[in-house]
Design a binder for this molecule. Structure first.
Ligand code: FHN
Length: 432
């Protein structure tokens, strides 16, 4: 009984926290999933497809002006002999991530799952013949990692897809464009994804930005998804404001509300759960010459800056054509996981800080605690302009020592014995 009352309150709270003023009414399961998603803070994005064989990112077909009939020959040679779903999910789990977002079909139109609606899929078109998505789904369910599926709205290969601003070199027969046919193809594939792979945590769309003024019939498509798995979250990387029927908001290569990378112009931060996706090196899909990895410290800082805004980080890995994670990526994931093992309490399950992000770092809230994440400070004291919260005590999560503080009308000031230099110096302030 007590548990049910708590659940009811959690759902009511989620409904208020995570609802936009739209007519779509998410189901209670969906609201519960949103809360779980918002609590999870770190997910791993995987861009993997036949493009990995060319070692030049997932856009290789368009970037190298390749015709689709030539590009599609890659499929007959795709045999990722070292692919091991169990190992992938173990590595993902070791990073502290709570979910995986896998490219079930990218813009090249190749389905990385077995589909009855096209032969251009990993089981029917490659000598590998294994449904890697099936194997990943089983491992995700075994190892308690939520499975999210990336699905491209763009298709650079199909004749029926009404061509947008990209993929124009592909050599398709424009006279065969047929939106109705393409739309029903996508919806049939979405049914397969939602019916054949167990519980799906989210469908992550991408590509609407290619034809921003086109009528993509998103609301109907979203309703179709929710009619099969109502709890399944829907997000769309359209680089625009949230649309009816979406369950969380995506920012690409930027913190919510920022637009340093150029994908988020005018994208207002919504009340929905938030996610920011970012690469570990420069590219999403495997790139054989891209060794430009961000440091583990920089990745942790980006994670924490998201956490301070109540957002998740979806961190990308581009596995190679052999089916393995690049070594640098696997190493960094483990390092992030070791850090989260120690300090995860100040990350998972938190909500955005009560003060906006600052140059020195961020704050995050959980129950009666305020976590102060100090990422870069040049002094041995820190003033927090927090007035309506009473601090009871302050402890360093780095060494367990009490931190001296004073609270007056201007807020709380923390005093340190020396200037904090850790990757993230975390102070837990018990508050009321
Ligand atoms: O074109 C894609 C790109 O390949 C990649 O999948 C990213 C991930 O956010 N999204 C698109 C660009 O916005």
């Amino acid at each position: 009984m007590k548990k049910n009352v708590i659940l009811l309150f959690t759902l009511m709270f989620s409904a208020i926290m995570f609802s936009e003023n739209l007519s779509y009414s998410p189901t209670p399961e969906n609201l519960e999933r949103r809360k779980e998603f918002a609590d999870s803070k770190l997910g791993i994005f995987i861009h993997w497809g036949i493009y990995s064989m060319m070692g030049d990112g997932e856009w290789v077909m368009t970037n190298q002006n390749i015709k689709h009939k030539n590009y599609s020959k890659l499929a007959a040679g795709f045999y990722p002999s070292n692919f091991d779903a169990k190992e992938w999910i173990e590595i993902i789990k070791s990073s502290g991530a709570k979910y995986l977002c896998f490219t079930s079909r990218h813009h090249d139109g190749f389905s990385m799952f077995h589909s009855d609606y096209t032969d251009y899929n990993i089981v029917d078109a490659t000598p590998f013949k294994r449904d890697v998505l099936k194997e990943l789904a089983e491992e995700c369910h075994n190892q308690n990692i939520k499975l999210h599926l990336y699905y491209s709205h763009i298709d650079w290969g199909r004749d029926d897809f009404p061509v947008g601003s990209t993929g124009q070199q592909s050599g398709r027969d424009k006279s065969k464009e047929n939106w109705e046919s393409y739309y029903s193809f996508m919806n049939n594939q979405l049914s397969e994804l939602l019916k054949n792979y167990g519980e799906i945590g989210a469908i992550w769309f991408d590509g609407v930005w290619d034809k921003p003024d086109f009528e993509w019939q998103l609301e109907e498509q979203y309703a179709h998804i929710h009619s099969i798995q109502p709890q399944c979250l829907i997000a769309n990387n359209h680089h625009k404001e949230i649309r009816e029927g979406e369950d969380f908001q995506i920012f690409e290569r930027d913190l919510p509300g920022q637009n340093t990378a150029g994908y988020s112009e005018g994208q207002k931060v919504s009340k929905l759960p938030l996610e920011s996706c970012q690469t570990m090196n420069r590219t999403w899909g495997y790139n054989i010459v891209d060794d430009d990895y961000k440091s583990t410290k920089d990745i942790i800082h980006f994670l924490i800056r998201n956490v301070g805004m109540g957002a998740n980080l979806l961190l990308n890995v581009g596995p190679g054509p052999d089916g393995e994670f690049p070594e640098e990526a696997a190493t960094k994931l483990k390092e992030i996981g070791k850090w989260l093992d120690k300090y995860g309490d100040s990350v998972y399950g938190t909500t955005a800080g009560v003060i906006p992000p600052q140059d020195w770092g961020v704050t995050a809230m959980k129950n009666n605690a305020m976590y102060v994440h100090i990422l870069s400070l040049n002094e041995n004291s820190l003033s927090l302009p927090i007035k309506d919260i009473k601090a009871i005590n302050a402890t360093s999560l780095i060494n367990g020592e009490n931190i001296k503080f004073k609270q007056d009308k201007n807020g709380i000031t923390l005093f340190f014995n020396e200037i904090p230099t850790n990757i993230d110096y975390i102070v837990k302030i018990e508050v009321k």
